[in-house]
Every structure is written in C-alpha cells, then in structure tokens.
Design a protein around this ligand. Structure first.
Ligand code: MEV
Length: 447
C-alpha cells in the first residue's frame, strides 16, 4: 500500500494527523509543523469550537476580516463586516457606500421569504389515483409532522403548504411532494429536512395502509427528502437612484447623461450575453459572499441559488437592472437569499457573532437587506470603473502593494515604488526589477 494512504486517520490526535501529513507530503516536516501549529487558536476552548465545525482539522485557515463603513440603508447607517481574500472588494464597497451616502443612501426591501423542500419518490400506478389520495390525506400528513414544527410555529413560521407534482412524463413513476416553508430568522435547513424525512415516512406508511391501493401500488420508493437551495420566492430588492446630474458633480449634465447611458448599456450587455453575465454576477457575489461568510451563513447555498435564479428565463443573465429615464438614474438588484441570524454557525462562530453585533443584531430580513445592498454596491463600483477608467487602475494599485509585501519591501521602498508606478503598468517582474535597482543603488550608497 502507498505510504500516502492511511486507514484510521480520523482517529489520530491533531498532532498525530499533522505528523503523518508532514512526513508523507512535505520535504520540510519541521517547518510545516511549526507553521500549521502557529495558526492554532491561543485559547484552547475557542479552538475546540472551531474544530467542532468540521472533521480532520489540523489548523485554521486565516482570511482577512474587513469592514465597509458608511453603508446607509433605508436611512440607517451600518458598518458592514466582510470576509474576503480579493483585494479591492472592500475598498470598492466602501467607496460605493460613501458615494450613495451622499445621494440618499440605499433602499432595500424583502419581497418574499418562502423556502422550499422536496420529497422525491417513485410510484407506479394511476396518476389520478395518487393525486386524489394526496389531496384527501394532505391535512393528515401535515398533522403527522406537526410536532416537529411547534417551536417554529411559536416563532411565526412553519409549513405553509404543499403540492404533489407529477414528473412521470420525464421519468417513469417519478413524483415529488413540494413543500413550502417559512423559517423566520433561521436559514432552516435542519428544520426543513427533519420535516421532509418525517413526511416521507408517513406518506409511505399511509399509502401502504390504504386498501384502495393494490399490493403493487402500496410500494412507494422514497428516493430522497431534502430542502431545495433554489428559493426564487425568498427575494430581497436593493436599489439606488438619483438625478443624472448628481452622478458626478465634476461633470456637465451631458457628460453625466453619457455616463448614465454607458452604465445602462453595460447592464444590458449582462442581460444579453451569459459570458458577461457570469462576470457581472461574480462581481455582485464578491460583496454578497463576503458578508455571508462574515455572518456565518452558507455561501455555497447562496451562490447556487443566485446562479439558478439568474438562469430562470432559460438563459443565464444579470441579477441587476438599470434604467435611465426622465433624467433619473435607477439601479437595482433582485437577489434570492436564504440566510439566518439564529442557529447554525451564526451563533457558534465567535467572529460571526461579533459581525451580527456590529450590524446591530438584525433579524434575517434585515440581514437580507444588508447583504443585497453590499452586492449592489459592489456591482455599482465595478461597473462605474469599467465604463470609465477600467478596473485595472484600482486593482493594480492593490496588486502592487501585495507584490511589495511579497518582496518584503520596506516602508521607504513601498513609497518609492508606488510613486514610480503611478502612471505605469504594474507587473510582478517590473516591480522586482525596479526594487532590485533600488536596492542595488541603496547598497552602493551604503557601502
Ligand atoms: C472582479 O472580481 C469582479 C469584476 O470582474 C466584476 C465585473 O466585471 O463586473 C470587476
């Protein structure tokens, strides 16, 4: 057996796991061990909490935790926490927030909050018969699972309805019970999945126990019971608007109009072309994911849902819209967002808890508004740069600092290099050459 495979890995202690990894996958075991252990949390109890989130943990993976201040939404000012490794994202959100703060701020409103779960099953028999049986037993089925939703109901949520869908034309015998939920301030995954599993059990046994079905018809094959991450009816809208002349006080009204029109065209392009739409929406998720992560929510669910929603017409398209009409500039974003502010990581992760504190401990709807706003801010900043200066100017400024950091430049070297590259294209080799020259000169001066 290869030395690179192992059985019983999960049973090793954390140090044991690291030992096996460094001995089998690294040339410098000691240095790697030192590095990995250096990221362990200084507080053993906190480390235990972090380890509890996953399996086979060996260390922690640090990510930058930043904030975008001055985010005014519906008249309230937020300082929004963001976890992201891409430079320029927090800077872009902050500058868009400040820009709109001086133009009335962002508006945001939750349009709907329904979540969905499905019991997928195979049943062979007369379509009409199963449909009639479902309608006749629906209220009994709901009663059978009611004990699981008592707490959720006391908070104002619960099962909101269900229907039987017939997919037998696409797949022999395939039906689905589609269930609609309100999960209040929790994302609701555990609640939904528990209800669905109980529902599938009672559904099968009610069919088995009903003598109007033949022995063959009593056979129900439950394929799976699981929530859907596609929540097109859990939607928030974030928007901004101002008069065209307000777009840039340094420009004439005609220049402002040209800018507004170019911005509108850029959004239209993302509605026409999926290649552009993917990049356009990626920019939106730069902001969305950063807040979702900072607040301990499930960014994979949010992304999967958003991209499915962006393709709801059958063609992948922009999630944001722009309209320039009657001298007014309108820009808005409709985003499906199933997030929670209670349960899951939101209350367990120490920093996620702090993030929610920073936001004033919002409920799930308010958090939806904040997240969508940051998505819109990000999209606004990206498009404004793209249709004017291009994004490389801002990106490269940050990139230059990363390169200088990598090359361990001193404060003085950073100052000189930034001044040198002010009007020049930045590349890694260009910066290294400049720094080498600088250091050569300095060496020559000091020797
Ligand atoms: C980069 O992370 C995001 C952008 O490409 C978004 C866009 O093109 O709209 C700048």
């Amino acid at each position: 057996m290869s030395k690179k495979t192992i059985s019983g890995f999960s049973k090793l202690s954390k140090r044991g796991k690291i030992k096996w990894i460094v001995e089998n996958f690294f040339k410098d075991p000691e240095a790697v061990t030192k590095e990995l252990t250096s990221y362990w949390h200084g507080n053993a109890a906190q480390q235990k909490v972090l380890d509890g989130f996953s399996e086979n943990t060996i260390s922690n993976f640090p990510m930058p935790y930043g904030v975008a201040p001055n985010v005014v939404i519906n008249g309230k000012t937020y300082c929004v926490p963001m976890v992201i490794e891409e430079s320029s994202v927090v800077a872009a959100a902050s500058s868009a927030a400040k820009y709109w703060m001086n133009r009335g701020g962002f508006k945001a409103e939750v349009l709907s909050t329904t979540k969905v779960g499905q019991v997928h099953f195979v049943w062979k028999g007369d379509h009409q018969k199963i449909n009639t049986f479902f309608e006749a037993t629906k209220s009994e089925l709901l009663k059978d699972v009611a004990h699981l939703s008592e707490r959720m109901e006391s908070r104002g949520g619960g099962v909101r309805g269900m229907e039987l869908l017939d997919f037998t034309a696409q797949q022999d015998g395939y039906y689905q019970i589609k269930v609609y939920f309100e999960t209040c301030d929790s994302m609701g995954a555990n609640f939904i999945n528990s209800i669905l599993e109980a529902l599938s059990t009672t559904w099968s046994s009610r069919i088995k126990g009903n003598d109007s079905f033949s022995e063959e018809e009593k056979e129900v094959e439950i394929v799976m019971s699981i929530l859907s991450n596609y929540t097109p009816d859990c939607i928030v809208r974030a928007s901004v608007s101002c008069s065209i002349a307000e777009l840039d006080p340094k420009m004439t009204k005609e220049e402002c109009r040209a800018l507004a029109k170019r911005f509108e065209t850029a959004v239209k392009i993302a509605h026409i072309d999926p290649y552009r739409a993917a990049t356009h929406n990626k920019g939106i998720y730069n902001g969305v994911d950063a807040v979702v992560l900072a607040t301990g929510n499930d960014f994979r669910a949010i992304e999967a849902c958003g991209h499915a929603y962006a393709a709801r017409s059958g063609s992948y398209s922009s999630l944001s819209y722009c309209e320039v009409k009657d001298d007014q500039f309108h820009f808005w974003l409709d985003l499906p967002l199933a997030v929670g502010t209670v349960g899951g990581l939101t209350s367990l992760h120490p920093i996620a808890k702090r993030s929610l504190d920073m936001l004033g401990n919002p409920n799930a709807e308010e958090l939806m508004e904040v997240i969508a706003t940051i998505g819109l801010a990000q999209n606004f900043a990206a498009l404004k740069s793209l249709v004017t200066t291009g994004i490389q100017k801002g990106h490269m400024k940050m990139h230059l600092l990363n390169i200088l950091n990598h090359l361990e430049a001193s404060e003085k070297e950073v100052e000189q290099t930034v001044a040198y590259f002010k009007e020049k294209a930045v590349s890694f080799s260009g910066v290294r050459t400049f720094l080498d020259q600088l250091r050569g000169v300095q060496k020559a001066v000091s020797s």
